[in-house]
Write a protein that binds this ligand. Structure first.
Ligand SMILES: [Mn+2]
Length: 332
């Protein structure tokens, strides 16, 4: 069985300050998702999964819901089943839709469900904030009672060893980090959203698909993509398929000996297509300079500025400069 998995599409997410920038970022997310669904069709997958945080807010605008669900409906019309679970941003509930009723191939879950597709049982768990270990016990019991079947968990949780952010923080040994080693062998695969960085954990049994677009500068070092999975009785292959995302960069500008920042900004501020965070250090900005920034930057696409009297962290810049080297899909 061939499966395509994504998560954390955060439909409706607005990046930037101007309304033009916000609308563009909303559209970009839909365009990327549509592109990935085209891949699902051309790869002739048997199933598409979404690991939660489909929407950025728990009550998205009508327009956002219908655009997202239209993409899913198109997929089902081509005979490809879709299963989506809600994440923490969805407040563990996906917006109600007639889609759930008109198509037998679309599962937009707002409560735990076991769905059988061919020989595979997909256990879909909406995000659980408190005591998520119930996922492990429930799965254990179901898998033990049907040893002849294969199981796949679709969820939106923290797993032990998950790595997050440019400082490579690792979640470990917490009450809400899950360890899957005790699950029976017929639990073949665990797919999760939540951590936006694609990675495999716990002996390549747990996979984060990662998000499709960066929603924060915390994700600057991460390549983005989706997972293509080949799952047979005696065979499992998971591939990370990289996709192009909106460029993002951090500019750190030393203004100690700069009298007029306007020239510096005009020279260093990049073209419209790049999401840039400007970080100033060396001295404080004057009132006139702040006024200049606020009048100059809103005309541009993605003005994000942070003011720091000290030299900013080297870590982010170092990781950014070596972002290709630093990324490991096979992190454990
Ligand atoms: Mn998310």
């Amino acid at each position: 069985m061939k499966i395509l998995a994504t998560a954390d599409s955060h439909f409706g997410y607005e990046f930037g300050r101007t309304s033009q920038a916000k609308n563009q970022s909303i559209q970009k997310m839909f365009d990327v998702y549509q592109e990935v669904m085209k891949q699902a069709k051309s790869e002739r997958v048997d199933l598409v999964l979404h690991g939660g945080d489909m929407f950025n807010r728990s009550q998205p605008k009508e327009k956002i819901i219908s655009e997202a669900y239209n993409i899913i409906r198109n997929l089902a019309e081509d005979g490809i089943p879709f299963i989506g679970i809600p994440g923490n941003h969805d407040r563990s509930k996906l917006p109600e839709s007639l889609l759930n009723f008109i198509s037998k191939d679309i599962y937009l879950l707002s409560k735990f469900s076991a769905i059988e597709i061919e020989d595979l049982v997909i256990l879909g768990f909406p995000f659980i904030g408190k005591d998520p270990r119930v996922i492990l016990s429930k799965t254990y019991n179901l898998a033990k009672s049907s040893p002849q079947k294969s199981f796949l968990i679709l969820c939106h949780q923290l797993f032990d060893g998950a790595m997050f952010g440019p400082h490579q923080h690792v979640f470990k040994n917490k009450s809400d980090t899950l360890v899957t080693t005790d699950l029976p062998e017929n639990v073949r695969l665990i797919l999760s959203g939540h951590i936006h960085r694609a990675q495999s954990l716990q002996n390549r049994r747990v996979f984060y698909t990662g998000s499709l677009e960066r929603t924060s500068f915390m994700e600057i070092v991460e390549p983005k993509g989706y997972l293509l999975i080949n799952l047979e009785d005696d065979y499992l292959d998971v591939k990370f398929q990289k996709i192009e995302t909106s460029p993002m960069e951090v500019k750190e500008l030393d203004i100690t000996n700069v009298n007029q920042i306007s020239k510096l900004i005009e020279q260093h501020y990049p073209d419209n297509s790049i999401r840039t965070q400007l970080r100033f250090f060396g001295r404080k900005l004057t009132e006139d300079e702040i006024k200049f920034l606020w009048s100059y930057l809103p005309a541009k696409e993605f003005p994000l500025i942070s003011f720091s009297p000290k030299k900013p962290s080297h870590i982010l810049r170092k990781l950014y400069n070596n972002k290709k080297k630093n990324f490991q899909f096979e992190a454990s």
